[in-house]
Design a protein around this ligand. Sequence first.
Ligand SMILES: *Cc1c(COP(=O)(O)O)cnc(C)c1O
Length: 375
Amino acid sequence: MRCPRCGELLDTLVDTGKAHIRWGELRGRGVWRYRDLLPGLNHVVTMGEGSTPLIRLREYPNAYVKFEGANPTGSFKDRGMTVGASLAVSLGVRGVVVASTGNTAASAAAYSARAGLECVVVLPKGNVARGKLAQSVLHGARIVEVPGTFDNALEYVLDTVLSDGAVNDINYYPLNSINPWRLEGQKTIAFEIIEEIGVPDFVFVPVGNGGNIYAIWKGFRELLELGVIDRVPRMIGVQAEGAAPMVRYWRGLGEARIDNPRTVASAIRIGKPVNWFRAYRAVKYSNGLFLEVSDEEIIRAQGMLGREGVGVEPASAASLAGYLRALKEGIVDVNDRVVLIATGHALKDPDILVRDNVQSITISSLEELRRLLKT
Ligand SMILES: *Cc1c(COP(=O)(O)O)cnc(C)c1O
């Protein structure tokens, strides 16, 4: 999945001159509604991923939250996994292997189970949110834990399956976001946004490995080439302060790599983003930018969304935190139309929400409840 000449990750190009897609006449729902812009496959492993709600915020009426927690395993990873798992089946491999901060593992485990494939997940020990680990267990993945961070886990996987540039001799298909087919599924986020509200001014995306922001931008670019839209929104990549290698690179402070990434947002606790160059291109060519937010801002944004009825995990709240920061710094105006990608569901990482004592009242009689409801 790397170019033997330059070492960069391989990409997929849709020949938009030849693609047969009539935008007004799409059928079906979810990721496969856009099958004409996806790889042609004779066997599709699907659980109805995609077609997620776009929720307008009460407090900021020009901000729409794309609620990816509504996917089958609770994160946008399912959009890529339906394509990746379908391809794995077509290739006739024994199973799939992924390194993960948790959500890729949960999704790979579920889609492998659905497809009848084996699944091996390589996780950073002690660094995975409980809900996500529980999903890998439930769906029967073989769980391998390695010391360190996600970056170490990914290194293990890449060194095993991508050695010598050949795919591998162990018959396990790698489904990390180095795999361009996964990004093809994820680009449908852009298609759904366009169908529902047209071209927004900005799209805020939490950035970990950088695959998703690139995938979404790629989706917009394809629609631009097809003449469906006449401009691409500005892509804003949001990182957590303690895990912001892209911000570092963007500001000219060095390579897009840091050691010991730290943040409460475990899904974006990544120091060496494998898709850094893709993410950089998405932001640069859309005239966007990268910005960082503190863990406090992330937790506050998660609470704000919670009070609007939208339950997201910390990493996902980074997009709202980034929007609030951009408003404050004058990068964005309240009248601009923005989409905030809420990447994963609140139940993924519940511990942080109940870490401190939960505020509650204990009662022991009906009378007490009656009194309480009256005040
Ligand atoms: C995977 C993930 C991200 C980061 O996406 P990248 O493609 O790695 O940048 C952000 N939030 C959640 C909830 C995720 O699962």
